[in-house]
Design a protein around this ligand. Structure first.
Ligand SMILES: C[S@@+](CC[C@H](N)C(=O)[O-])C[C@H]1O[C@@H](n2cnc3c(N)ncnc32)[C@H](O)[C@@H]1O
Length: 248
């Protein structure tokens, strides 16, 4: 079987391509106490992988919101026909204005999607404040957030990615916002590579299929710049961490 057919199988069989693989999602679920009575809301759910995994493995119910029609269609296709289908809802809309029942969720998550809540220097804080409204008094927030591994990163990277916080900045923000960190797990270099690779794959697929598209040259240049920034800087100076927090 060639490479592209293998990738098709990955898509069909719904192997996780998000940054947190199943083993790490399982650890998070354990520490958040997820079970059959748990209700989860996922802001920027993408393909809905975390919700699908927690629903099929831990029995949760939930709603995933994403502004991308492509992602929501993919998520709906993935859940359709599964025994968990009646427990998971996917909604295509802007998650920052989506109206949820306040204080009704046991876990609110935002997995590498907090940039919907603002610029790099405030997105993490804004995500906490917004998601805080959704959870019960003893509920949890899970934010999977990128950060710089050092305060001294190359200017070229800051110009490209914006002023991301360091890990200690993230911890201090959690505390300032009235939360305590309960559990944390970093993405590994392999998680990062896999995540980046899934984007490379989709970009290359698009470029191969759309050679007459008016934006082709622009897309190629931004794809190449993205690769260059990953290999040159991001793989070294940028990382991601899953932060599970609650109020005490
Ligand atoms: C990097 S992806 C992460 C997706 C998913 N959480 C995962 O871990 O695979 C960011 C997602 O946020 C979504 N997004 C960006 N802005 C949004 C907004 N304002 N409302 C809802 N979704 C948004 C994008 O469509 C994309 O699916």
């Amino acid at each position: 079987m060639d490479f592209y057919n293998k990738i098709k199988m990955v898509e069909r069989d719904h192997v996780v391509i998000g940054l947190m693989p199943p083993g790490k999602l399982a650890g998070i679920a354990h520490f958040a106490g997820l079970g059959e009575s748990s209700l989860v809301i996922d802001f920027g759910c993408g393909y809905g992988e975390a919700l699908l995994y927690w629903a099929s493995t831990f029995g949760i119910s939930g709603v995933g919101i994403d502004s991308s029609e492509h992602h929501i269609e993919h998520a709906k296709n993935a859940v359709g026909g599964l025994p968990i289908a009646d427990r998971i809802d996917f909604v295509c809309t802007d998650a920052t204005t989506y109206r949820f029942e306040p204080q009704s969720f046991d876990l609110a998550t935002c997995i590498t999607a907090s940039n919907m809540f603002g610029e790099a220097d405030v997105m993490f804080r804004n995500a906490i404040r917004h998601m805080n409204e959704a959870i019960t008094d003893d509920g949890y927030l899970l934010i999977v957030e990128p950060y710089y591994t050092s305060p001294d990163v190359p200017k070229e990277l800051i110009d490209y990615e914006g002023p991301l916080p360091t890990e200690i900045d993230l911890l201090h923000t959690i505390q300032r916002e009235g939360f305590e960190l309960v559990y944390m797990i970093h993405s590994s270099q392999a998680d990062w590579d896999r995540y980046i690779s899934s984007n490379l794959y989709y970009n290359v697929k698009w470029l191969t299929k759309n050679q007459d598209h008016p934006e082709w040259q622009q897309r190629l240049e931004s794809h190449r710049r993205w690769q260059e920034m990953y290999v040159r800087h991001r793989s070294r100076y940028e990382a991601c961490v899953a932060l599970l927090m609650t109020r005490i």
